[in-house]
Design a protein around this ligand. Structure first.
Ligand SMILES: [Fe+2]
Ligand SMILES: [Fe+2]
Length: 186
């Protein structure tokens, strides 16, 4: 199934979203912002969730679908998914600003994290349950394989940093222990 890799990536994104949810709950109980964790989470959201994952969706799947005669429902849904990506970028930028502002922005950061959790949770559910599989009907079997190959080779990073290279992106998958990205609060 050509959308398989995207769904596998969703599982890793969900793990980070779950950690962020947990973090925001602790912060709302009065725990201080943990800048190193939030810095790692922001890196993950920018480079894995957005540039790598959303980059593949927008740069391959949605691009290819845009050239096909989609039903009104699927066309509308795809538009909504792209808008979600834009919103996710805005919220990520807002969270980065809260982190830069420091401890005084803790409650604003909690609100932004919770908005990110809600957005990503609904977005992933929609793609997994209502979009990815139904839209496969628009591709012939041979194109489904081509999409699979492309998604494995897409260059999505422009950064020269090795850790932010396309290969770095592709090394991260559902088996990547998010726990190594940060230490949990304990
Ligand atoms: Fe998406
Ligand atoms: Fe996705």
């Amino acid at each position: 199934m050509p959308v398989g890799p995207l769904m596998v990536e969703h599982r890793l994104i969900e793990r980070m979203i779950s950690l962020l949810d947990e973090e925001s709950r602790e912060m709302s109980k009065g725990q201080p912002m943990r800048i190193p964790f939030l810095g790692d989470a922001l890196d993950f959201l920018r480079f894995y969730a957005d540039r790598c994952h959303h980059g593949k969706e927008e740069g391959i799947l949605f691009r290819d679908l845009a050239g096909r005669k989609l039903s009104a429902e699927h066309a509308e849904m795809m538009k909504g998914l792209v808008q979600d990506h834009v919103k996710a970028r805005e919220l990520t930028a807002a969270l980065a600003q809260h982190v830069r502002n420091g401890p005084g922005s803790c409650s604003a950061a909690v609100g932004t994290i919770q908005a990110l959790v809600k957005l990503y949770t609904g977005h992933i559910r929609k793609e997994d349950k209502e979009f990815f599989l139904p839209v496969m009907q628009y591709f012939a079997a041979r194109n489904k394989s081509a999409c699979w190959i492309n998604s494995g080779n897409l260059i999505v990073f422009s950064s020269t940093s090795a850790t932010r290279s396309a290969s770095g992106c592709m090394r991260m998958n559902a088996k990547t222990p998010v726990g190594t990205i940060h230490k949990s609060r304990s």
